[in-house]
Design a protein around this ligand. Structure first.
Ligand SMILES: *Cc1c(COP(=O)(O)O)cnc(C)c1O
Length: 435
């Protein structure tokens, strides 16, 4: 597999280099030089394949030998060890539940696959890989649990004290082994600034082999294509072949993976990009003017992104052709008031609890379907389990949130976190004194 940079179509790196660099020097994003079309027989037979079988074939075509078949198969069986069921709410309205992994969010697909790809490429005797990650909640949990116990790797997570939910904090701080948590007396931006500065510090780079695990890494994007194929497979089993996907979007990695799957031959009628008031992309699809903005805080905080980092990949797949983009992607934006009403409406209508991010996708798919009557099934993606956002639910809905076993188990464990002031000298000495 060869990759180029969205800022330099002539650049060529192999998969290993793209995974360890995360981002090219020119600050573009890596994209595959050729996006393979999957054989027609594969698409026609999706209905008889399991998620793992689908994942293996899709990865095999994309990676084109970068990881030999046997190793790739074992890696996928280890990484993708939970399901992504499509649940029926109405005949033409379905929810794709992506929260059955260890951190109860779709980011588990990316983090588990990436951690195992990195471990695979670390050759015997190579220096331990130190992953630094700043989190406002969901990313840290997925990365921590994704790398937990993966040989030759260590993860250091920085999270803002008092600003993540109880479940999220437990996922960050109760792991032990190769995972360390730093509780920063500051904001998410402080955490991110510390991590960024660490990557440019000569002493730290001499002492440690640092890498980031952020959402622009190509190894996080690839496994997110798997569940789009698998969702379509489930629809095919029910005799449905026309699907529109509504995706709660922040950095646009998730929907970008869906579009990559479509480019590989997955039949999709429409992608629906659902955002909160951080509406840079929906506004662009309407006005034709791409205007990144500072992010605004909302209830669906994993989507509080004013300058979506993965958008350039999507634009690249459409060669920046606005009419073509508008033809395939419909944008929607909703505010917090809409979000709360949607959580209530979904509960009343279907006796089903959605997290605030998922609620926005439901609003979007419902509106889109009302404007496109016909035989298309609307599948909206549920990106996280509602128990991760307890503050937004009240009354009967709060009582209806079921606590998964993984969470009950975490509650028994002891929190282990090191307090840190948002000060680079302190962070640096922590890293150097705890080799
Ligand atoms: C990260 C996240 C999103 C946004 O996904 P992107 O790939 O950044 O668009 C949506 N919902 C939840 C729960 C998330 O954790």
């Amino acid at each position: 597999m060869n990759l180029y940079s969205t800022n330099n179509p002539d650049l060529r790196v192999d998969f290993k280099e793209a995974v360890f660099n995360s981002m090219p020097q020119d600050k573009g994003l890596y994209m595959p030089v050729s996006i393979p079309r999957l054989p027609k027989e594969f698409i026609d037979n999706l209905g008889i394949l399991s998620l793992q079988e689908i994942a293996y074939t899709v990865a095999q075509h994309l990676l084109q030998g970068a990881i030999p078949d046997g190793d790739l198969k074992a890696l996928i069986e280890d990484a993708i060890n939970f399901e992504a069921p499509v649940v029926e709410l109405e005949d033409n309205v379905r929810v794709l539940e992506l929260f059955h992994g260890p951190s109860l969010a779709f980011k588990d697909f990316g983090a588990r696959f990436m951690s195992r790809v990195m471990a695979y490429f670390l050759e015997a005797g190579e220096k331990q890989l130190d992953v630094l990650v700043a989190t406002s909640g969901d990313t840290g949990g997925a990365v921590a649990l994704g790398f937990l116990g993966v040989p030759n790797t260590r993860v250091t997570i920085l999270y803002p004290k008092g600003k993540v939910s109880g479940v999220q904090e437990q996922q960050l701080t109760t792991n032990g082994q190769n995972i360390r948590a730093l509780e920063v007396d500051g904001t998410f931006d402080d955490c991110q600034a510390l991590v960024k500065q660490a990557f440019t510090d000569a002493d730290l780079n001499a002492a440690l082999r640092l890498t980031s695990a952020n959402s622009i890494n190509i190894a996080r994007l690839i496994p997110q294509t798997f569940y789009y194929f698998n969702a379509y497979a489930q629809m095919r089993r029910e005799g449905k072949s026309k699907v529109a996907f509504a995706v709660p979007s922040g950095n646009f990695g998730n929907i970008g993976a869906g579009i990559l799957a479509w480019k590989m031959g997955l039949p999709v009628e429409q992608f629906i990009a659902a955002t909160n008031v951080n509406d840079t992309v929906p506004a662009y699809l309407t006005s034709g003017v791409y205007e990144p903005k500072p992010s605004v805080q909302t209830l669906s905080n994993a989507m509080d992104v004013g300058n979506p980092s993965n958008w350039v990949r999507i634009a690249d797949m459409f060669k920046n052709d606005l009419p073509a983009l508008k033809n395939m992607i419909t944008g929607y934006s909703f505010n917090d008031d809409d979000t709360l009403k949607a959580i209530e409406a979904v509960y009343q209508k279907y006796n089903y609890v959605v997290c605030p991010h998922t609620a926005i996708a439901w609003l979007a798919v419902t509106d889109w379907l009302s404007k496109h009557p016909g035989d298309v099934t609307g599948v909206f993606l549920s990106t996280a389990h509602p128990c991760k956002f307890p503050d937004v639910f009240t009354g009967a809905i709060a009582d209806a949130v079921q606590i998964p076993e993984q969470v009950k188990e975490l509650e028994q464990r002891e929190k282990q976190a090191t307090a840190l002031q948002p000060n680079f000298a302190d962070f640096k000495s922590y890293l150097l004194n705890n080799l």
